[in-house]
Write a protein that binds this ligand. Structure first.
Ligand SMILES: Cc1cc2nc3c(=O)[nH]c(=O)nc-3n(C[C@H](O)[C@H](O)[C@H](O)COP(=O)(O)OP(=O)(O)OC[C@H]3O[C@@H](n4cnc5c(N)ncnc54)[C@H](O)[C@@H]3O)c2cc1C
Length: 806
């Protein structure tokens, strides 16, 4: 065994082998995979290995289509069979919501130029004569759907990697990983130590144990999962051809042909944890005791749909463990607190995603950043707030609701609350319905006037539509208080602080005390990795505010530039709370609580001041995300409740009202303001989202500068535009494809909402630049159906920006 390698991948399951293959493919040939046992010894060997392409999330769809295509290429490249069957998949809708979901997927398929189309019952019966289609209101067909051979695919990746020069060592468990001062790693095994520049944790069921070797924790929980395979079914045999798989998600089971019988699996409501406290090191090619009674209800529903199943004998039952993250998506990417350590763990649909995840991780390692925005899978979306009890509760919830429809704006209750602030109970008394933001409970909307404080979900407008309309009106006409405590907040102090920040962000850091600036943070490929407000509070004393959910993600960037001795950066996110007090009467309200002069002449837009509000020490920054006059007021967390009460007491006669996150969404969209994670993403270039004006190339050095210089003169591929949509009962919420009126796909929605103060259904969308002339008409697929939309040249609310500067 070699003693040095560019990268060591720990884990020879499907995913580790894909990462190894893609590293070698991108030119890193001096790479080694270490496997404890035989290849496939974790979840991989016993998987049902179903594959499909379309997903609710557009980037996952890209990853899944890439993976399906790759299996064919791998067979050709390596000669190793992957056991690919692609007889297609039938998707069935029993409810109106499921029909909306499938129609939306069909619309997205047109955008991706892939095949996912509706079938008549007759056509479906011809394809799968054994299915009883009674009660099915809509049938879609994905011709690419099918399954692969788990072992074949894993070995094909392994062969492909070996051919490119990579090494694989089986029966070589990793026992320790130790970082050297220069950031490289010693990977100890039972057969010796390898000195590696980069380590990848792809240890699947043992992801937690391998992470612990490097001193960090992954929020993962192992669960049992069962499927069974029947004996030969004569009716299947007689057909003499491969039947399509059946995705009857409302029935909560999956079903496909296996041999001349059928394979049926289910995610039961009464799921079981396995090896909660750690996967045993000696667990190998074993199965867990089966318990089909647990999935009996699901099986009964499958038998109603395919009556031949009820008569079939069971040949074998598989009960195997799989490992879940709190939201069932991968924990992916470099560990922000470590150098040169990458994770790819918690992968549930591994056979649909292995190729794309392997490629994205290899790009991250070799090129510094993946080409797609991976934030929804980025391990940095969790931090130590994702405790074991939270992870456990969420894993069970994800497992039991695997096939449930995920509606726009859906919030799940399991495992909550994990992080609350002092005003939590007060906000509850005021009718707050909370959402989860990076662990924090934060108000989404406030129920009043007999409306139940309960979130209902659906693709159409829900019970919160009117309360949100009222909140928006209260803010636009008087004053509203938005809890912004969940924003990411940082203090940067010490001699050299400004210079250090200037080498991180793309705009110039303010030089005058009391000034604020908006600035993008560029990614390694020159896209938008963040947007911040930086305020100079004093000499060598700055406060920075950015996306709260991206706090750990941004840590990676802050550690890319060495901090001068004496500069200290600390997160204030937990220690400080904040409210955005906004609306035309916000000045009158705050003036009642402070002796400072808040007139426009003395406290201008984008200025800040340390001052007392209601007798509480605060930092006030005059910024606006609502498009209205307003201040963000930050105080010690312990003073949060006193400030909240003081604001409401003083503002009663001004019509003050608590305003939640859903209203903020509507208010910012009326102004055309982008938000990180939606409009601002490393995938988009600054000139595509209108942030190029904030990039100062006369600064010699900042993160992403060189990449931006390379792309700045290229024409924007897409433009971020605002659309006025003819919608009556459902608004765009993000991800909807945008078509020209002749059906040509030209873009997709990034955010959408009803603009209550302008009485328009609005969407922010990325549209191919050549189709962004004023007044161009489009069709936006809402509920999967075309809704006519017009491009607005200016934001419909206060286009001149007079209100926020008033
Ligand atoms: C019953 C069942 C059915 C499933 N059906 C499907 C399906 O239909 N479609 C689908 O896409 N997915 C399915 N899955 C999920 C799929 O199996 C996983 O997504 C996939 O196998 C994950 O692969 P992995 O490489 O991440 O992990 P694993 O397969 O767990 O591999 C991890 C590897 O790391 C090795 N390892 C661990 N620790 C060390 C160490 N210290 N040193 C060296 N090596 C180490 C292990 O031995 C193992 O080989 C199913 C899973 C189960 C349980």
């Amino acid at each position: 065994m070699k003693t040095h390698a560019q990268a060591v991948v720990i884990g020879g399951g499907l995913v580790g082998c894909s990462i190894l293959y893609h590293l070698a493919k991108l030119g890193w040939k001096d790479v080694i995979l270490l496997e404890r046992d035989e290849l496939t010894s974790g979840s991989t060997w016993h998987a049902a290995a179903g594959i499909h392409g379309l997903h609710d999330n557009n980037n996952i769809s890209k990853i899944q289509y890439y993976t399906m295509k790759l299996y064919e290429d791998l067979e050709k490249e390596t000669g190793q069979g992957c056991g690919i069957f692609q007889p297609g998949s039938l998707y069935l809708a029993q409810t109106a919501d499921r029909e909306h979901q499938l129609r939306m997927q069909a619309a997205k398929a047109k955008y991706f130029n892939v095949d996912f189309h509706e079938l008549s019952r007759k056509e479906a019966e011809d394809l799968h004569p054994l299915v009883n289609f009674d009660g099915i209101r809509c049938i879609m067909f994905e011709p690419d759907g099918g399954n692969v051979d788990p072992s074949g695919v894993t070995h094909a990746y392994a062969q492909g990697a070996r051919k490119l020069g990579a090494e694989i060592h089986r029966f070589t468990p990793v026992t320790a990983t130790t970082q050297r001062p220069d950031g490289t790693w010693d990977v100890e095994t039972t057969k010796g130590t390898i000195h590696a520049e980069v380590v990848v944790n792809a240890a699947g069921l043992w992801g937690r144990e391998v992470a612990a070797m490097a001193g960090f924790e992954l929020p993962l929980m192992t669960m049992e999962h069962q499927y069974f395979v029947t004996e030969t079914i004569p009716e299947v045999e007689e057909l003499g051809r491969r039947l399509p798989s059946v995705a009857d998600r409302d029935g909560e089971y999956y079903l496909r042909q296996e041999g001349l019988g059928l394979l049926v699996g289910a995610y039961e409501k009464d799921g079981r944890y396995w090896a909660e406290n750690g996967t045993p090191m000696d667990f190998g090619h074993e199965l867990l005791p089966d318990d089909l009674e647990r999935i009996e209800e699901n099986i009964m529903r499958a038998c109603e749909r395919l009556p031949v199943l009820a008569e079939a004998g069971i040949k074998r039952v598989i009960n195997g463990p799989m490992i879940w993250s709190p939201d069932s998506s991968a924990l992916f990417g470099p560990v922000p607190e470590l150098r040169n350590y990458f994770c790819c763990n918690g992968i549930i649909p591994g056979f649909s995603q292995s190729g794309g995840l392997g490629l994205m991780l290899a790009q991250w390692i070799v090129e510094g950043e993946p080409e797609l925005d991976m934030f929804p899978w980025d391990m940095a979306r969790y931090d130590d707030w994702a405790t074991k009890s939270y992870t456990k509760a969420r894993a069970l919830d994800c497992y039991a609701n695997r096939f449930k429809i995920h509606f726009p704006y859906e919030e799940r209750d399991a495992g909550r609350p994990v992080r609350t602030r002092p005003v939590y109970e007060r906000q509850k008394e005021m009718g707050a319905v909370f959402g989860l933001n990076y662990g924090w409970e934060h108000p989404l909307w406030f129920a009043r006037n007999g409306v139940a404080p309960v979130d209902e979900y659906g693709f159409e407008r829900q019970s919160w539509f009117q309360p949100v309309a009222d909140e928006c009106a209260a803010l636009r006409e008087g004053v509203g208080v938005i809890d912004v405590s969940n924003f990411g907040k940082y203090s940067i102090k010490g001699p050299g602080a400004a210079g250090w920040l200037d080498r991180i962000v793309a705009n110039k850091v303010p030089t005058e005390i009391g000034r604020s600036c908006l600035t993008p943070l560029l990614g390694i490929r020159g896209g938008i990795a963040g947007d911040f407000t930086i305020t100079k509070l004093g000499e060598d004393d700055f406060m920075m505010v950015g996306s709260g959910m991206a706090e750990r993600y941004h840590r990676r960037f802050f550690s890319m530039v060495e901090k001068p001795a004496g500069v200290e950066m600390i997160s204030l996110t937990s220690a400080k709370a904040g409210f955005n007090v906004a609306g035309p009467k916000s000045r009158a309200l705050l003036q009642r609580l402070t002796n400072e002069d808040l007139t426009n002449e003395t406290f201008r837009f984008m200025r800040s001041r340390r001052m007392q509000v209601g007798g509480i020490d605060a930092t006030a920054i005059r910024v606006s995300f609502t498009g209205d006059l307003g201040w963000e007021i930050y105080v010690e967390e312990a003073d949060q409740l006193a400030l909240y009460d003081a604001l409401f007491e003083a503002g009663e006669d001004l019509g003050i009202r608590p305003v939640g996150g859903r209203s903020l969404l509507s208010l910012r969209i009326e102004k055309g303001y982008g938000s990180w994670g939606r409009e601002y993403s490393p995938e988009y270039w600054p000139q595509e989202v209108g942030l190029d004006r904030l990039i100062k190339l006369d600064k010699p050095d900042f993160i992403g500068r060189d990449a931006y210089v390379e792309l700045k003169d290229k024409p924007a591929r897409y433009k971020l535009v605002m659309l006025d949509v003819d919608a009556t009962n459902a608004d765009a919420s993000g991800g909807e494809p945008v078509f020209l009126t002749d059906g040509t796909p030209v873009g997709q929605v990034s955010s959408g909402a009803y603009g209550h103060s302008v009485q328009k259904s609005l969407a922010l969308a990325f549209v191919k630049t050549e189709h962004t002339a004023p007044d161009t008409e489009f069709d936006v697929a809402i509920l999967g159906l075309p809704h006519r939309a017009r491009l607005l040249e200016k934001p419909p609310f206060d286009p001149a920006g007079e209100r926020l500067r008033a």
